[in-house]
Design a protein around this ligand. Structure first.
Ligand code: NAD
Length: 490
């Protein structure tokens, strides 16, 4: 329960010191509406100080560290997260309300794993070289040398706070950059705890700075428009990505964007039925549907359509919406009342657009403190046209529309008929079809008979409105470093 959680103070972390903001804002726990943290907001001068500290650190001890020493420090950070696993878990759960069972399996372990993975990969990161073979260039060699971008602004969302922050942070640090990070205003806590871990690990002052706040006219904008920030890596909504693109244009910064999605799931009649139902239920409802990769559009081959809808409905109705600490809980609240308003507006819109509500569609009543939180019912619809807004726009809640199809080509066409292109999941026992349909998806990541499975060395990112660039493994290192080409005539 959250009643006995004491209100934490989340300060900014600049140049190796925790500092107060001139203003503070409360962080509300979405389980029961209580205040769990007071967050210090950074103003423009504080962001400027953080950028100056980060710039100075590039020339200080951090910039002079040998690669192996940097890798050793990053491994210490991974160990530090693991040593304080319970603190990170409690902070993440208090900010998000997500079940302890989820955060302890996914968010916190991946926070540590991101540092380990990129420590390993950066050790083998090579560069290219070529002997020139032109009449005037004979005997000359071209080789590339990779340098850090410099000061990297990391702007993170609230759905997987530590996981997504460290996903950017770890490769950026591995490449030798310094960081000004802005966690979401909804999830300030684990980024702040990470500052303590960095400090304890011996990461020099100025290398990792945290500035709390919002987007426009706040820390987010102050980072993106800062002339001394050399690159921006961002995860969040597509519309925010567009605003950031505009903001960075005058200073021409490199950007890496992981944005929104409206992902399709395609279920063929020859699938392993139980595995497909379990897999799709997991994909739609995990983290209360607040996963960029979650399928909000499900296409099911007609012969199994009714049976599949009934089985998915049974799964939705069996979800346990409980306090995060309860072992049986497998669905938490949405992140905030404000986000619930947005999701509920789509629940309303779906009805207006003519959907049949298979299950859910409203707010659950508990008769306890949860009634002050941001809970919502898991919801499934059928019967909407593909042109409806409910089927076209990202909702980011525990909901999906299910439609039947008759032919493979029809399913592919419907799946791809979206301005987004993040992820897809296809279920079939026919592996030829699995490859064929999997490859036909216009997305950054295409799963077959699974969802959210990935080796962290593989490319990750979105096509179309779902992002710019790829991260993961060498793709991350390519973004967070910049080659200088040296040509020497021997
Ligand atoms: P958001 O875009 O509202 O906010 C993300 C971050 O950007 C926050 O830290 C916010 O304060 C900051 N921000 C907002 N406006 C800004 C501005 N003008 N300038 C600078 N910073 C600004 O997104 P959210 O609601 O936190 O997260 C949910 C969204 O993120 C969904 O659309 C989801 O699909 C997407 N997402 C994508 C991925 C991916 O890998 N593609 C992963 C997770 C979430």
């Amino acid at each position: 329960m959250t009643a006995n959680i004491k209100v934490a103070e989340r300060k900014c972390y600049i140049n190796g010191r925790f500092v107060d903001g001139r203003k503070q804002f409360p962080k509300i726990n979405p389980v029961d509406g209580t205040v769990v943290a007071q967050v210090h907001e950074a103003d423009r001068a504080m962001v400027d100080e953080a950028v100056r500290a980060a710039k100075a650190a590039l020339k200080g001890p951090w910039g002079k560290l040998a690669l192996q020493a940097r890798v050793d420090l990053l491994r210490k950070v991974a160990e530090g997260i693991e040593k304080r696993f319970d603190d990170f878990l409690a902070a993440e759960v208090a900010d998000t309300g997500k079940p302890v069972s989820l955060a302890s399996h996914l968010d916190i372990p991946r926070g540590a794993a991101n540092f380990r993975v990129f420590s390993d990969i950066v050790r083998t990161y090579g560069t290219e070289s070529y002997w020139l073979d032109t009449p005037d260039g004979k005997g000359a060699v071209n080789y590339a040398m990779r340098k850090p971008l410099g000061v990297v602004g990391v702007i993170a969302p609230w759905n997987l706070p530590l996981l997504l922050l460290t996903w950017k942070l770890a490769p950026a640090l591995a490449c030798g950059n310094t960081i000004v990070a802005k966690p979401s205003e909804e999830t300030p806590s684990t980024a702040t705890l990470l500052a303590e871990v960095m400090h304890e690990a011996g990461v020099p002052a100025g290398v990792y700075n945290v500035v709390h706040g919002f987007g426009p006219d706040s820390a987010g904008e102050f980072i993106t428009t800062h002339p001394e920030v050399n690159g921006i890596t961002f995860t969040g909504e597509t519309t925010t990505g567009a605003a950031i693109m505009k903001a960075v244009a005058p200073t021409v910064k490199p950007i890496s964007f992981e944005l929104g999605g409206k992902n399709p799931g395609i279920v063929f009649a020859d699938c392993d039925f139980d595995a497909a139902v379990a897999g799709m239920s997991h994909a739609i409802f995990s983290n209360t549907g607040q996963v960029c990769l979650a399928p909000e559009r499900v296409y099911v081959e007609r012969p199994i359509f009714d049976r599949f809808v009934a089985a998915l409905k049974a799964k939705a109705e069996a979800l346990v919406l409980g306090f995060p600490q309860d072992k049986a809980t497998n669905m938490g609240p949405l992140i905030s009342r404000q986000h619930r308003e947005k999701v509920l507006s789509y629940y309303e819109l779906a009805r207006k657009e003519g959907a049949k509500v298979v299950t859910g569609g409203g707010v659950p009543r508990f008769g306890d403190s949860r009634d002050n939180g941001a809970w919502i019912q898991p919801t499934l619809w059928t019967g909407l046209p593909e042109s409806s807004r409910t089927v076209r726009e990202e909702i980011f809640g525990p909901c999906a529309h299910i439609a039947p199809f008759d032919k493979e080509e029809e399913a592919v066409e419907m799946a791809n008929n979206t301005p987004y292109g993040l992820a897809s999941t296809v279920w079939t026992r026919d592996l030829s079809r699995g490859h064929r349909v999997g490859q036909a998806m216009e997305v950054g990541i295409s799963w077959v008979n699974c969802w959210f499975l990935r080796d962290l060395r593989t490319p990750f990112g979105g096509a179309k409105l779902s992002g710019i660039g790829r991260e993961g493994g060498l793709h991350s290192l390519n973004f967070y470093s910049e080659p200088t080409n040296i040509c020497i005539k021997l």
